[in-house]
Design a protein around this ligand. Structure first.
Ligand code: C5P
Ligand code: C5P
Length: 473
């Protein structure tokens, strides 16, 4: 019988307690994105606090090779976070009972009964919206010791990184809501309704407005000059002692002036929709310095994503674990480089039109030789965020290591398709000996290059030419 969430968490606690008591070493393997780095750090920190002998590493993906690497590994017990869905049987064969997966990705039915898989969906929790791996790791850390409740703030970052703030005005729902409230009650996070400009704590006001693409404001988004002139005409002070002010420094009256100017600028066109997207909940960590990229939860999550995506996971992990010295400067540089790279890739993709093919329901983008494998998810999310793609499914592909092709798919805002991208990618990849999975609205796959044409045909039949489909054929 399937265990309840509480039973699974106490199963986890027993396993860890046994490792500590019998001096077994624990190896944590986690994903490289924000949710991976946060979940890995939460569980590692909780294990260290509990006195466990543990090490942690990141992995771009989970595959048979990763499971095989466990065979020769000297560590006694393995905890996998934000990865591992669909590999329960292989893990059992390789490690017996000496492993736990803490995750939120959709899993195949045969894993539901497996007690070592501690996955949100098993307990009726929506792993795409109500909790992510960071939240699952947080619940596990609380099962070890309630003193770990301070790790709730890192779990808030994980949910923002996975874009689970999909409730009204960018609020959280379900477990995420509970976790954010725990962090709030402890004075670790402030939750306010505010202007949702990107780079709240670090970007000069005109840049912040120009780089905000959700909502996309025709004439302002990606147009810094227009933003500067709008802000100048709004009458607010843009600099303070020669230094640009940032969005977090605006007072209520100044925010009102900015909103008024934007409304005027849009001349009533979509003004209500724009405003409803531009105002939402912000998550501020008051213990971080003002103007630090760690003070705003969404900027924090972008920084973590950037660390993983440019192969600097260790820096992100150190920051999540509390390191605040030299490492901060490194995090800042990584974030700047990452933003520059994104701009570069987006420019090339929009200039080389032959890379993009569109149908009524889908946009297929060939990012081969441009987008590095680790950035496919970031770039496909951005393409899906562009208003001209709204309502559609976006599928980006690029070259992976060792003659592979990596696919990243997203449902854009307003996409009503019945296709579950996780099922689509998993079933397609399995058909052509690859691996795939994810969530309803965001999923990926990897296949070998020789199967590319067949996989593209599969997508053609199941997405491109489908207006509203059932399960993949
Ligand atoms: O592996 P994982 O679950 O952590 O990654 C989910 C990815 O999908 C994240 O990069 C997140 O930003 C993205 N996503 C998205 N749009 C959504 C939900 C998730 O781009 N609506
Ligand atoms: O790589 P990308 O960001 O597009 O991945 C979207 C989601 O699909 C993530 O949650 C990722 O963990 C998942 N995924 C997966 N198996 C793959 C590729 C991606 O479960 N082979």
């Amino acid at each position: 019988m399937t265990k309840s969430l509480d039973e699974s968490l106490s199963f986890f606690k027993d396993k860890v307690t046994d490792c500590i008591r019998s001096k077994k070493s624990i190896f944590v393997t986690t994903h490289i994105d924000c949710d991976g780095l946060t979940s890995g750090s939460i569980i590692t920190k909780a294990l260290i606090r509990a006195g466990a002998n543990c090490t942690v590493r990141t992995s771009k993906e989970f595959s048979k090779n990763v499971v095989d690497s466990f065979k020769t590994d000297s560590r006694d017990f393995h905890i996998v976070t934000d990865l591992g869905g669909g590999f329960g049987k292989d893990l059992n064969e390789t490690l017996g009972d000496n492993w736990i997966v803490l995750d939120h990705h959709q899993i195949p039915d045969e894993e539901i009964e497996n007690p070592n898989v501690i996955n949100a969906w098993k307990y009726g929790i929506d792993g795409g919206l109500e909790i992510c791996a960071g939240g699952m790791a947080y619940l596990a850390s609380m099962a070890l010791d309630e003193k770990n409740s301070d790790l709730s703030s890192i779990a808030v970052v994980s949910a923002l990184g996975d874009r689970q703030d999909q409730g009204e005005r960018k609020s959280f729902t379900g477990k995420n809501f509970e976790i954010a409230n725990t962090a709030k009650e402890q004075g670790l996070v402030e939750i306010d309704l505010d202007l949702l400009l990107v780079g709240r704590e670090t970007r000069p006001l005109p840049d912040a407005l120009a780089f905000t693409s959700q909502p996309f404001i025709e004439g302002l988004t990606w147009n810094r000059d227009a933003c500067l002139s709008l802000l100048n005409s709004s009458g607010i002070q843009l600099k303070d002692e020669g230094r640009w002010r940032v969005p977090a420094e605006l007072d209520e009256e100044e925010k009102r002036q900015v909103i008024e100017s934007i409304t005027k600028f849009t001349a009533g066109k979509n003004a209500t929709e724009i405003m409803s997207e531009l105002i939402g909940y912000t998550y501020t960590f008051p213990r971080e310095d003002k103007r630090s990229f760690l003070r705003d939860g969404r900027e924090f999550s972008t920084m973590l994503n950037s660390c993983g995506r440019i192969n600097r996971s260790g820096v992100g992990m150190a920051i999540c674990m509390g390191d605040r010295n030299k490492i901060l400067r490194e995090g800042e540089t990584i974030l700047t480089d990452y933003r520059k790279m994104i701009r570069e890739y987006m420019n090339i993709l929009s200039n080389e039109r032959w890379r993009i093919s569109e149908s009524e329901t889908c946009v297929m983008v060939n990012g081969e030789d441009i987008v590095p494998e680790t950035m496919t998810g970031t770039i496909s999310s951005l393409i899906a965020g562009s208003p001209k793609n709204s309502g559609k499914i976006v599928i980006l592909r690029t070259k992976g290591e060792e003659n592979t092709i990596k696919f990243s798919s997203r449902k854009s805002f307003g996409c009503k398709s019945d296709i579950n991208l996780s099922d689509l990618m998993r079933a397609g990849a399995e058909k052509f000996d690859g691996i795939g999975g994810g969530h309803d609205a965001a999923a990926g796959a990897k296949i070998t290059k020789d199967k590319l044409d067949e996989f593209l045909n599969y997508l053609e039949v199941n997405v491109v030419n489908v207006s509203s489909a059932d399960s993949p054929q």
